[in-house]
Every structure is written in structure tokens, then in C-alpha cells.
Design a protein around this ligand. Structure first.
Ligand code: CMP
Length: 507
């Protein structure tokens, strides 16, 4: 028999045509869905190549009439069977099942592929007349010996299988086992891999997960995954708890903080009473469990700024209070330097340039410090107005929302003021002003502003001019005015606003 006819005969016996087709289809699908290309694919490709080599060797031996042809044929068919199983597994678990969104755990995949390989190899051996009963008797003894010596490994394996099938711990969950907290990245036969926030990977034997308690963080039946966090702070007894709680809750809820859930809303409670201060806690729900410390820090910053705006200081430990007990002299010098700062701030606002010293001093007394942290909203478009703001340090963006689109119309820097439009026209806030960094402001209430205008009617005109300019800029965004239309709008608005203001303030 020639080599070519022997090769063709061998190829026919082992259905090489179908095998080749399966090989090509799987490779093509693996290429078409690279993300889902299965980890079993490379080994199957190698097995397929090996069986091709064995096929050629078998044909060669057959052409030469060699006795070993039966053994190589058996080896080729077993290899081919394994390649078939591997390719089918890759196709099923790598391409088809992911498309149906029917997740199959890695361990279950291994089990299915393993069982299929045993069945197919048994069938091939049976076809070649190998007695399987003897083989099974020997393997039962071997299994018993191995099983005995590998008790721990079996415990881990069964643990892994149980974890994957009952879904109690899933890949992606954040769990706490003993002192280890981390995100589950893999559940393998022997261990479960956890990545911690410190950039470590901890391999927990599955049997230990089965034995001790495991806390799955942020999981609650029927609720989104979010984890309650506590942020603590202390405030002196002199400040009534309802005021502290209201100031903190208002600041935390007014503007969303990254990774803080809106529902349940963050809340603040008085948790304990100590010698000289109350111990408060903010509880909030963290959405991305990886960012616990940075989000705690953002919440803490909000709390700090809210308390500073409400002029509520964080408590000083009682013993420090006795040491630094304030003398009258010290108090006076503190309030004098505070006043100087306010006056200084007022002198940097161009609008108040015409004011005499005594007018500035009266104005300084009416100012309230209003620090804001990055991202906080100072005025919200459409809200009722109560304050005029003077910006001392930092930047704020003026944003306008129209038809669901939010546009920045201006940037305000140190020395500018805002919030005058509503106070002067009685209309709701025309824009949202957002702190771009930690900023320092003073605010002046509506009554003090009115008092200032009544005393100094000359201020009304420059304010009306600025107001007209700002309104025209806003109209450019909301009504799409071009430069010329904007200029005309400004001119006509300026005198109209001046008259309106005079009437509104009875100047
Ligand atoms: P008010 O409408 O009370 O609240 C929002 C404030 O944003 C507004 O007053 C102005 O002070 C300010 N503002 C609105 N539009 C502009 C603008 N185009 N340029 C600068 N500031 C503006």
C-alpha cells in the first residue's frame, strides 16, 4: 500500500474531514470573539496538531506494514478525541453560553469537560477492543489511594464546588474573612483569590471559607450593592445638636458626592455624650466598595465646610481648653484681626470702591463667613434667594441649564460678587454657581444688602449695568443671541433694570 492511500484511509477512519471543519470553525469563532476566547482553546489546538502528526506516522507505519500501527492509531484517536472535547468545550463555554448570558462556573466547566473526556476516551478504547472493566478496577484502587492522601485538597475542591454552585460568594463580591477584606476575583478548585485594597492578592483555601463565617460586604436582599460607612466628628456642648445635624445633613444632601448613594440619604446622628462635647456620626452608603477611604475623606471635608459655614467649630479636647483659656485681651485681638480680614476682603471688591470707611465697617459687621469645598453649590438655578456672595479666594463656575443641557457661562474669581440678580429683582436664582476648588466667601443677607442700597443709592447704577451684562450673557446661551443682539439687549436692559431696582428698593 502506498503512503498516500494509507494516509487517505487513516483520515477517513478518523473522520478527519469533520475534525478539520470543527477546528476551523472554533478557531474562527475564537477570533471573532477574542474576549470570550476560551482558556481551553490553545491546549486543544496543540492536541489537534499532535493528532495530525500521529495520523501521518500511522499512515507511514501502515504503508511500511509495521506492527506498531495499532498503537499509534489508538494514540492518534485518543488525542483526537481529547482535541474534540477541548474544542467543543471552548465553543460551548467560550462562545455560545456567554451569548445566552447563562453563566457556568469555572469549576462546573472543568467537571463537564472532564466527564466528557472520560466518556469519549472510554468509547475510543472500547472501539479498539481494550477491556475497560479491568481499567476501572485499577483506577478505583488508585482513586481511593489518591483520595486518602489528598483529603485536604478534596475538602478545598468540594468547598470550591459548593461556593460556585450555591452562589453564596460570587466573583466581584467584597468579602471579609477574619482580618482579610477584599474583592473576589476568582474561585478556583483549590482556593478563592481576593484582591485587597492594599494591592495584595490573598489566596484563601476554599475549605476555610466553608468552615468560618464570611461577611459579604454591601449585600442586602433585594437592595443595590452599597455599604454603610461611619464618619465621626465631635462638637462642643454649646452648640445645639439639632443645629449641628441640620447643617451637616443639608450640606451632604444638597449636592451628590461621588460614590455616595442618594438612597438611603446620608444622615447625621448624635451618638454619645462626653465630658465637654457630643460625638456625632455621619452614616452614608458607599457605592463603589473599593473607594472607602477617599469617599470618607470627601464626606469629612463636606462636614468640615458645612460646620464652618454654620460657624460651629469642631470640639477641642477639654484639657486643651483649660490650657488655652482665652483672656479678654486675646478675644479682642482675635475679633479685630477677623474684622480687618473682612474689611480687606471688601476693599478688593470693585463694586464697593465708592464706599467710605465707616460704610465699609458697617458692611463688614454684616458679613458671614461662607467657605465651600470643591463641587458644592452656592446658588441653585430656580431656588429662592437669600444672600449676596463675595468671593474672596478661589474660583466658581456659573452654570445654566436649558432643555436638559448644562452650560458654563462664566467663571468668577477673587474679588467678584454674585447672587445680586435675584436680590435686586426678586426673581428666583438665574444660574447655578459651583465651587471649583475649596473657596472662601462672605455672604451678606438680603436685609443688609437692601440697607446698603438705601444708604448708597449710587451703587444701584453700576450694579444694574453689571446685572444687564450678565443677563445678556445668560440670554446668549438660553436664547441663542449673537454678539450684536447681546449688545442691544444689554443697553436696553441696563436702564430698564435701573428703573426696576429703584422702584423695588424705593430708592
Ligand atoms: P442670581 O440670579 O441671584 O444667582 C445666580 C448668580 O449667578 C446671579 O445672581 C449672578 O450673580 C451670577 N451670574 C448669572 N449669570 C452670570 C454671568 N453671565 N456672568 C457672571 N455671573 C453671572
Amino acid at each position: 500500500m502506498s503512503f498516500t492511500s494509507a494516509l487517505l484511509a487513516e483520515a477517513k477512519v478518523s473522520w478527519q474531514g469533520w475534525a478539520l471543519l470543527m477546528f476551523v470553525v472554533t478557531l474562527a469563532l475564537g477570533r471573532a470573539f477574542p474576549n470570550r476566547a476560551h482558556r481551553r482553546l490553545p491546549a486543544s489546538v496543540w492536541l489537534f496538531i499532535v493528532q495530525l502528526v500521529l495520523l501521518v506516522v500511522t499512515a507511514l507505519l501502515a504503508a511500511l506494514g509495521h506492527r506498531a500501527v495499532e498503537e499509534t492509531r489508538l494514540a492518534q484517536q485518543v488525542t483526537l478525541a481529547m482535541a474534540w472535547v477541548g474544542l467543543s468545550g471552548a465553543l460551548l463555554f467560550g462562545v455560545i453560553l456567554p451569548r445566552t448570558r447563562f453563566p457556568v462556573s469555572r469549576i462546573l466547566q472543568d467537571l463537564v469537560v472532564g466527564a466528557a473526556a472520560v466518556a469519549v476516551i472510554a468509547a475510543v478504547l472500547h472501539n479498539h477492543g481494550v477491556a475497560l472493566s479491568g481499567l476501572f478496577a485499577t483506577s478505583a484502587v488508585v482513586t481511593a489511594v489518591i483520595g486518602f492522601s489528598l483529603q485536604d485538597t478534596l475538602g478545598n475542591t468540594i468547598g470550591g464546588l459548593a461556593l460556585q454552585t450555591d452562589g453564596s460568594v460570587r466573583v466581584g463580591d467584597w468579602i471579609k474573612v477574619g482580618d482579610v477584606v477584599g474583592k473576589v476575583t476568582e474561585i478556583r478548585w483549590r482556593y478563592t483569590a481576593i484582591e485587597t485594597r492594599n494591592w495584595e492578592t490573598v489566596l484563601l483555601p476554599n475549605s476555610s471559607l466553608m468552615k468560618g463565617p464570611v461577611t459579604v460586604l454591601g449585600r442586602r436582599h433585594g437592595q443595590p450593592e452599597q455599604w454603610r460607612r461611619w464618619v465621626w466628628f465631635n462638637v462642643d456642648f454649646r452648640y445645639p445638636p439639632p443645629e449641628v445635624i441640620a447643617a451637616v445633613e443639608q450640606a451632604l444632601r444638597a449636592q451628590p458626592i461621588d460614590n455616595v448613594a442618594a438612597e438611603p440619604a446620608p444622615n447625621c446622628i448624635l451618638m454619645d455624650l462626653h465630658e465637654s462635647y457630643g460625638r456625632y456620626a455621619v452614616r452614608y452608603w458607599l457605592k463603589d466598595l473599593a473607594t472607602d477611604d477617599p469617599t470618607d475623606s470627601a464626606v469629612r471635608t463636606r462636614v468640615m465646610f458645612a460646620l464652618r459655614r454654620a460657624e460651629i467649630p469642631l470640639s477641642i479636647p477639654a484639657h486643651a481648653l483649660f490650657v488655652t483659656q482665652e483672656s479678654e485681651e486675646r478675644k479682642e485681638s482675635k475679633s479685630a484681626s477677623d474684622r480687618r480680614r473682612r474689611l480687606d476682603a471688601l476693599r478688593h471688591v470693585e463694586l464697593f470702591a465708592p464706599l467710605e470707611d465707616d460704610e465699609l465697617e458697617r458692611l463688614a459687621d454684616a458679613l458671614h463667613p461662607a467657605p465651600f469645598t470643591r463641587g458644592e453649590v452656592l446658588t441653585r438655578q430656580g431656588a429662592e434667594a437669600h444672600w449676596l456672595y463675595l468671593l474672596i479666594n478661589g474660583d466658581a463656575a456659573v452654570r445654566v441649564a436649558k432643555d436638559g443641557i448644562d452650560t458654563e457661562v462664566a467663571r468668577l474669581g477673587p474679588g467678584s460678587f454674585f447672587g445680586e440678580m435675584s436680590l435686586m429683582t426678586g426673581e428666583p436664582r438665574s444660574a447655578t454657581v459651583v465651587a471649583q476648588c475649596d473657596i472662601e466667601c462672605f455672604r451678606l443677607d438680603a436685609a443688609a444688602f437692601r440697607d446698603l442700597l438705601e444708604r448708597r443709592p449710587q451703587l444701584a447704577e453700576p450694579i444694574a449695568r453689571l446685572l444687564a451684562e450678565r443677563r445678556a450673557n445668560l440670554a446668549a446661551v438660553t436664547e441663542g443671541l449673537d454678539a450684536e443682539a447681546r449688545r442691544r439687549r444689554m443697553e436696553s436692559d441696563s436702564s430698564m433694570l435701573f428703573k426696576k431696582m429703584k422702584a423695588f428698593f424705593k430708592l
